[in-house]
Write a protein that binds this ligand. Structure first.
Ligand code: FAD
Length: 302
């Protein structure tokens, strides 16, 4: 079959990727192993693995990246944070990830550890995500065989990062990260498509050229919805909040419904793909993809 013709005539399906975090117990690790098999079988562009600020779960992150590399078909992507870490430690951490055969990174500053303020010198003196992006490029340059292997992603904030004073400042900073070598961005959670679409449109007018993947999380509980609202920096949709409460605080299908509607608007508005925060479960995110017709029946079986 002629691959070029196939590509030219086939309708382009939107793409997707997932985020997981290291398990915090043996039982959770078993459940996560099961979940990532299903996630991998869905054929994502990558599965990203979170990293505890100040290196608190560095080994667990690395173990999970290795598990993905050795036991699934998915491309692992390593989150890395700088908070409270010095340059040497960070460079060693980048090399450790590369030694594990993982070459894709999400370069982050990370949040301050619990009880430590933004103005604490251990936090304010940390490298920024921009400097980490440069450090990852340096680590690649130290290994000529891998210089052109792997991509670096960075975070973007459609509703603004708490440290920035305006959208313009957030956009300027994202463009600076692009200039430092970032090849794509993944957003913080948000509730309304317009928040993402207007942010990307303004950023593109200001010179952003890299793709910005919208980060979406189908919530199951009222507690998760409150957490998302906190991260999004916006109140949760009143109707979703009410419906979840009426369902006794737990209704995974409502989170799926809301995420499907949001993803449809985003993809129709030009989002290049969707990045799904899985909360280490596969059922809800696969239900979202199925409803969006981005998934053939789950090959592993539900
Ligand atoms: P930076 O890009 O360094 O800065 C954040 C903001 O500060 C900028 O957007 C800008 O508004 C402002 N700013 C900083 N420096 C400047 C400057 N010189 N000039 C102007 N403005 C500046 N945290 C974890 O601990 N582990 C994770 O695994 C993790 N994964 C995440 C994944 C995604 C997709 C997202 C969106 C966030 C994630 N976070 C994670 C949270 C993130 O680390 C925090 O939001 C942190 O507070 C900021 O990190 P950053 O990389 O965006 O920082």
């Amino acid at each position: 079959m002629n691959a070029t013709l196939l590509t030219a005539s086939a309708p382009t399906r939107a793409r997707f990727s997932f985020e997981v975090f290291p398990a915090r117990s043996g039982a959770a690790a078993l459940a996560l192993g099961h979940a990532v098999q299903h996630l991998s079988a869905a054929g994502p562009d990558f599965i990203s693995v979170t990293y505890g600020a100040n290196g608190s779960n560095r080994d667990a992150s690395l173990d999970l990246l290795k598990y993905l590399r050795d036991h699934t078909d998915a491309l692992p992507l390593a989150h890395l944070t700088t908070v409270t870490e010095d340059r040497e430690t960070l460079l060693a951490a980048v090399h450790a990830v590369m030694d594990a055969g993982v070459h894709d990174f999400l370069a982050l500053r990370g949040d301050p550890p619990r009880g430590v303020g933004e103005d604490d010198p251990r936090v304010s003196g940390s490298l920024s995500a921009l400097e980490l992006t440069e450090l990852i490029a340096q680590a690649r340059a130290e290994r000529p065989a891998f210089t052109s292997v792997g991509r670096t992603a960075v975070a973007a904030y459609p509703n603004g990062h708490p440290l920035s004073r305006s959208r313009a400042e957030d956009i300027e900073w994202l463009i600076a990260k692009q200039e430092a070598g970032a090849q794509f961005a993944i957003t913080q959670l948000f509730f309304a498509a317009e928040e993402y679409l207007s942010f990307v449109s303004e950023a593109q007018s200001a010179g952003l050229t890299i793709p910005v993947l919208p980060g979406l999380m189908p919530v199951s509980t009222s507690g998760q919805l409150r957490k998302v609202a906190q991260l999004a920096g916006r109140p949760a949709p009143v109707e979703l909040e009410r419906e979840l409460e009426e369902a006794g605080g737990y209704a995974p299908e409502l989170g799926v419904e809301h995420t499907v509607a949001l993803a449809e608007e985003l993809l129709a508005g030009g989002a290049p793909s969707i990045h799904l925060y899985t909360f280490n479960r596969h059922e809800q995110v696969l239900a979202v993809l199925r409803a969006l017709r981005l998934l053939t029946p789950d090959p592993v079986g539900a």
